[in-house]
Design a protein around this ligand. Structure first.
Ligand SMILES: [Zn+2]
Length: 385
């Protein structure tokens, strides 16, 4: 197959062949490091516990442009739901199949090859071109990008702009740019009640009903979020359980887990306060535990977004759509440190699904887009401070 000769496709296949389920990197970063070393990048492996991180740089000083991505993938699920083995990197027609093809080994391969192509063509470029790859994006995201950025911060290194390779496109590579993400907050509630026979206990004393009433109040939460590109607050129940011991027995305990997605005009503290107030109406003993949270972010427009929009306009013939939806991403860690952030990757259609696949044409387009953004951002930058 002629695609085998394309370095982006070849690297994407080699990455897919390594079953790097979070936080196991399975050798992906060594493969990437070898490729970047050949092109003159300086490599640092920053491993924390079971998490592997790669920091690779070419050039010196500001501006610092970073390609950021992750080598880990979510599990493939039952192989019977796939029509190809999930870790084989099989090309069929115009498609490359495999777990991570879209999220985000395809984009990672395009980033690496774009970086190599650029420094080979322009070895004396201004500033620094860097890659940050972690194996902990799909998991807790504690020992990955955030730890590496803290380490860099201690060394006085501040990233000017970051391109996150998360799947961001709608129908073809580059038709949308993400410039922010909603925050995420998860909670777990448990209410204790009185067990009893359904024929004798009044409905209002049923602890499951109490839980449902509380969840309904959460669903109706309508907090002002101000004028913004962000969708309004969302609340989802993700599980409801009880210690059910029979169809005619009222349970003694009811539990639920839930998740909120919120714009940057709200904060997790504010949301926690509002929900805590709703709990005051529950007379039975109860317990609410707050779980993982991720802060929202919205990146201000800057030079990086301008360069990306110019390149995408030329490639697509129109401006890319600016979006802020989807799950959380490591973009928040860069934004927290004052870096400009854009998220630009492949089409998100088969994300985390069986038969995850990416169009070969999109991979090649993304490679070109990345290379041209670097060229604009580094070659024509007004200068080193
Ligand atoms: Zn991802």
């Amino acid at each position: 197959m002629s695609n085998r000769a394309d370095p982006v496709i070849t690297l994407a296949q080699q990455l897919i062949e390594r079953p790097s389920i979070t936080p196991d990197d399975a050798g992906c970063q060594t493969l990437i490091a070898d490729r970047l070393t050949q092109a003159g990048f300086v490599i640092e492996h920053l491993d924390f516990g079971p998490v592997s991180n790669l920091w690779a740089t070419h050039g010196q000083g500001s501006p610092i442009l970073v390609f950021a991505g992750h080598s880990d993938v979510v599990p493939p699920g039952p192989e019977s739901r796939w029509t190809v083995p999930p870790f084989a990197g099989i090309v069929r027609g115009d498609w490359l199949f495999g777990r991570g093809a879209v999220d985000m080994k395809g984009a990672l391969a395009a980033m690496v090859e774009a970086a190599v192509a650029w420094v080979t063509a322009c070895p004396e470029h201004a500033g620094t071109l860097a890659l940050l790859v972690t194996s902990d994006e799909e998991g807790e995201a504690v020992d990955g990008t955030s730890r590496v950025l803290s380490r860099l911060h201690e060394q006085g290194i501040t990233v000017t702009g970051a391109i996150i390779g998360e799947p961001s496109s709608r129908a073809r590579a580059g038709d949308a740019l993400r410039i922010g993400r909603r925050g995420s907050l998860s909670g777990e509630i448990r209410i204790e009640g009185q067990s009893g026979h359904v024929g004798y206990v009044p409905a209002q004393a049923n602890v499951v009903h109490r839980l449902i009433a509380f969840l309904n109040q959460c669903l109706s939460l309508d907090l002002p979020t101000g004028e913004s590109i962000f969708p309004p607050l969302s609340f989802h129940v993700t599980s409801i359980t009880s210690d059910c011991i029979g169809r005619n027995v009222i349970p003694a305990e009811a539990c639920a887990t839930f998740n909120l997605r919120y714009p940057p005009t709200l904060s997790n503290q504010k949301l926690e306060r509002h929900i805590q107030t709703l709990l005051e109406a529950i007379p039975e003993p109860h317990e609410l535990l707050w779980r993982r949270s991720a802060k929202p972010y919205l990146s201000s427009p800057g030079r990086l977004r301008a360069c990306a929009r110019e390149v995408l306009h030329i490639k697509l013939g129109h401006d890319p759509e600016l979006r802020v939806d989807g799950g959380t991403s490591d973009g928040r860690f860069f934004s927290d440190q004052g870096s400009e952030v854009i998220e630009l990757g492949l089409v998100s259609e088969r994300l985390h699904a069986p038969d995850e696949r990416v169009s070969i044409r999109d991979l090649q387009t993304l490679f070109e887009i990345y290379r041209e953004i670097v060229e604009r951002f580094l070659e024509y930058h007004p200068g080193v401070p």
